[in-house]
Ligand binder design. Structure first.
Ligand code: ADP
Ligand code: MG
Length: 576
């Protein structure tokens, strides 16, 4: 029986009868539908469906998908499906049913929404959802038949079977160029590059699209470099070398906007975004103060020691960090997660973590001040650990003594004022060596077994939180987490890691190995489902580390090097 017939037959039946459409259906010569998971009632999350189309029918040649091409093409086709749903299957109200697909933002990420299979008859696979229509709890079979056998083929026809190959090739070329540019940064000892003409400001605080009437980026002559990309495109722009860079300038002149562009430069952007060629080394981590967060056995002694209560800061744990301890922990954790560049904005930093001025040094003697500010560590962080910093600090001249270069923002224009700043700089005392970050060993990632109840494990709730039982991980501070599908992936990664954690392998080890597996077997390898992987987009390892570090239920073994057999001094596991 055809799908349409089945749906007509169950029209008016109880909602559960929708289960009968599970399985594979041929909709047209080119379009095969598989209904993977049928929702159990009209209010449950929508049913999961997949559409398969022969690659040949789309006109996409395998060369387009070579190398990173499949990621860019998958993103491009996902956007085409989003548009086609808007045109051919717009949401017609509560009872009408609805098609949907993961909707990408300004970043081009590897995702599971559209993928390509290899083999003798390669296919394009589209992962979507269908909210199956109901009247009360009764099936609206005719509406469902229209949705799945009429609207869906129209969507696929427009999105996949009538592709503009020029647009697709442009998207693939742009993506490959951005990746190549990011690789060139490393080759040329740079941390970031912003092309002339880039549009950095966004339309609004809650909108990631480019601002209208922005002043295009223009590089100062002294920092200008040109790069030839694989496509043949030649770019000129500001190249920011490794080391310590300071961004200064009056309030509201565009400092934070520039830093934010560097934060997001770890990702590739779609054509027209304005930040296509604003790129940063891919392990750069934005660091900020987050008072109230939890910290689990982090050695922050290089920044904070001799706390009044006698707390051992070489294995610092707290359920409620202060601004400065949170930022110190965040920095040490970022190093553990492999960051080679830190991005720090005075707007979101704890002042006492950043600086201590001369008069305060005189007033409060060193022995009475537990905090060694970043100012006193930033040079050896670079010299001993090779970690660069890009710092926005318009409020204090103290950093002038410790930086390699200074750029001034004036009316959104960048000037290299390094030599002028150097005339004002004063010699500094030699800084203490910066220690190598420790690699902590997790004993348990979730709440203890007896506190779990009947729970499905880690679940993402929107972009910035992940839940398990009664523990919530707050990801508000992770500005480099950009897509809810990345959060879904991190939740799936936590589930996958949970079984690997054994009290012997380091967090770094566990995460590195899982990312190797993703690289090898694809993002779907972390999906908790078979067949339809759900909405997953690839996160960076840095955000996975950061999530685990903010997990109040994690138990970290003591990393202390002086302890031969790793005693279990668990971080305070508390439930929210
Ligand atoms: P600062 O950190 O120096 O105080 P911001 O980066 O927060 O300044 O920018 C202040 C305002 O100027 C923001 O509303 C931002 O969107 C806008 N802005 C930043 N860069 C530009 C630009 N190149 N052109 C136009 N407006 C910009
Ligand atoms: Mg600012």
């Amino acid at each position: 029986m055809t799908l349409a017939n089945t749906l007509h037959q169950i029209d008016g039946s109880g909602y559960g009868a929708y289960k009968r459409i599970s399985g594979t259906h041929r909709l047209t010569n080119d379009i095969e539908l598989s209904v993977d998971r049928v929702q159990s009632d009209p209010f449950a999350p929508p049913s999961l469906i997949q559409v398969r189309v022969p690659l040949e029918s789309t006109g996409i040649v395998p060369e387009t998908l070579a190398g990173v091409g499949s990621v860019a093409a998958g993103d491009h086709l996902t956007r085409r499906v989003v548009r086609a749903i808007g045109e051919h299957a717009p949401h017609g109200g509560k009872t009408a049913g609805k098609l949907s697909i993961d909707t990408p933002g300004q970043q081009v990420l590897e995702r599971t929404s559209v993928v390509f299979t290899n083999g003798p008859s390669p296919k394009v696979v589209v992962r979507m959802e269908a909210a199956l229509p109901a009247q009360g709890r009764r099936i609206r079979g005719r509406a469902a038949a229209t949705l799945l056998t009429k609207a869906l083929p129209k969507v696929i026809n427009q999105a996949l079977l009538n592709i503009s190959h020029r647009d697709l090739d442009d998207a693939v070329t742009l993506f490959a160029d951005q990746i190549a540019l990011r690789e060139m940064l490393v080759e040329h000892d740079l941390v970031g590059f912003i092309a002339d003409g880039a549009i950095l400001p966004r339309a609004a605080g809650n909108s990631d699209v480019p601002a209208h009437q922005a002043v295009p980026f223009e590089s100062p002559a002294s920092l200008q470099r040109s790069f030839t990309l694989p496509s043949g495109r030649v770019l000129t722009g500001m190249a920011l070398p490794r080391g310590v860079s300071l961004i200064v300038g009056g309030g509201y002149h565009g400092k934070s906007t520039l830093l934010r562009a560097l934060e997001h430069g770890v990702y590739n952007h779609i054509g027209g975004d304005g930040r296509e060629f604003a790129v940063t080394v891919d392990d750069a981590v934005a660091l900020r103060a987050e008072d109230g967060r939890s910290v689990a056995n982090v050695d922050i002694a290089t920044f904070i020691r001799d706390l009044p209560a006698g707390t051992d800061t070489t294995r610092f744990s707290t359920t409620n960090a202060s601004g400065s301890t949170s930022q110190a922990a965040g920095l040490m954790e970022a190093l553990e997660a492999g960051a080679t560049t830190l991005l720090i904005d005075e707007d979101t930093s704890a002042t006492n973590f950043m600086i201590r001025d001369e008069r305060m040094r005189k007033l409060v003697p060193r022995e009475k001040e537990p905090i060694t500010p970043l100012l006193d560590r930033i040079r050896t962080l670079w010299q001993d650990q090779g970690v660069s910093t890009v710092l926005v600090a318009g409020g204090s001249g103290a950093f002038l003594d410790v930086v390699d270069r200074v750029v001034l923002l004036d009316h959104y224009r960048v000037f290299d004022i390094t030599s002028r700043a150097q005339q004002l700089a004063e010699p500094i005392e030699e800084q203490e060596p910066f220690p190598t970050p420790k690699h902590r060993i997790p004993k348990r990632l979730g709440p203890p077994k007896n506190q779990r109840g009947s729970n499905k494990g880690w679940q993402a709730k929107g972009l910035r939180s992940i839940r398990h039982s009664n523990t919530t991980i707050d990801l508000t501070a992770l500005h480099q987490l950009v897509d809810p599908a990345q959060t879904n992936s991190i939740a799936a990664i936590l589930r996958a890691l949970e079984n690997e954690v054994n009290g012997a392998r380091s967090l770094t080890d566990l995460i590195t190995q899982l990312f190797d597996k993703i690289q090898h077997d694809g993002l779907e390898t972390i999906s908790p489902f078979r067949g339809h992987p759900g909405r997953l987009a690839k996160p960076r390892p840095q955000e996975v580390f950061a999530t685990i570090n903010r997990n109040r239920s994690v138990a970290m073994l003591d990393p202390g090097p002086s302890t031969p057999e790793m005693p279990e001094t668990e971080s305070h596991p508390d439930q929210q």
